[in-house]
Design a protein around this ligand. Structure first.
Ligand code: ADP
Length: 275
């Protein structure tokens, strides 16, 4: 879906809290139609990046551009095209429909269009027909209600901060499916963060790797495949196979114990890592 037009650009963004520099010059580019995975361990700076993009936090330096904006006024206008989920925020004593009706009103969706739009998003997040108040929801349901709110009004850009945090494998798979659907069916550019590498490896087609307040690398699925020119051969006698390769003048440079290419790339970049 990607057509290589930047919808978001951050250039050398710095964020300080007092003397603590939490973003040290973040630059990243998200193209139209991307599913962009922002990967980094807890505390790396992912949420701060999102807050600055969303105007919820002010940067201490650097430039941003959202859908071509360049002035604060234009940023504000462009931000109306972003739906976001950065932690839960809903009224616990209201049902999903009641919560979404409130958010739809805040977003300026006309009253006569709200029912249809709320039905649409509830179907996407699989909460249709759930009548209980949000306080009685499971964690997965709460995350899905958060996503329903984010996609109300069918925004061009969807930002999801750690949407799978704390979920079980089924919950994670459900969210992955929703992300793909928002991208493929509704044409949203999606930026989704995670501190778990494997979670986005097969969902995102571009990745920004954040470490200690810097995007240390941006890489595509194709780049990853390109880097990994390795064939896997299953043999019945590993030692003999290695000996035969050695006899044939072939050096075994590396033995890989089933590890994902993104994981491999990440740990080579950041250090530490895989067993
Ligand atoms: P991530 O989302 O990758 O886990 P965050 O962006 O939440 O990382 O945090 C990056 C760093 O900024 C952390 O060291 C965190 O403690 C610090 N930080 C975040 N918000 C504040 C704040 N309001 N005041 C001071 N430090 C903060």
């Amino acid at each position: 879906m990607n057509d290589d037009r930047p919808v978001i650009k951050m250039d050398n963004i710095v964020k300080k809290y007092g003397s603590h520099e939490v973003l040290k010059g973040v630059s990243l580019t998200v193209n139209k139609g991307d599913i962009y995975g922002l990967i980094g361990k807890n505390g790396a700076g992912k949420t701060t990046i999102f807050k600055i993009l969303l105007g919820l936090s002010e940067s201490s330096g650097g430039e941003i551009s959202i859908l071509g904006s360049s002035t604060p006024k234009e940023h504000e206008r462009s931000r109306k095209n972003i739906g976001f989920f950065v932690g839960h925020s809903f009224y616990p004593y209201l049902t999903s429909v009641e919560n979404l009706r409130y958010f739809a009103t805040v977003k300026g969706i006309p009253a006569k269009e709200q029912k249809k739009e709320i039905d649409r998003v509830l179907e996407i997040v699989d909460l249709k027909g759930v009548k209980k108040p949000a306080s009685k929801f499971s964690l997965g349901m709460k995350q899905r209600l958060g996503i329903a709110n984010a996609i109300l009004g069918n925004p061009e850009i969807l930002i999801l901060d750690e949407p799978t945090n704390g979920l079980d494998p089924q919950g994670i798979a459900d969210i992955r499916h929703m992300v793909r659907r928002c991208n493929e069916e509704f044409g949203m550019t999606v930026i989704v963060s995670s501190h778990i590498l494997g979670e986005l490896e097969h969902t995102a087609e571009r990745f920004g790797i954040v470490n200690e307040g810097i995007v240390v690398s941006e890489i595509t699925q194709d780049d990853l495949k390109e880097k990994e020119k390795v064939i896997e051969i299953a043999v019945d006698d590993l030692e003999k196979a290695k000996q035969l390769l050695a006899d044939g003048g072939v050096k075994v440079l590396r033995e890989v114990q089933e590890k994902s290419s993104l994981e491999d790339f990440y740990f080579r970049l950041i250090g530490g890592g895989g067993k």
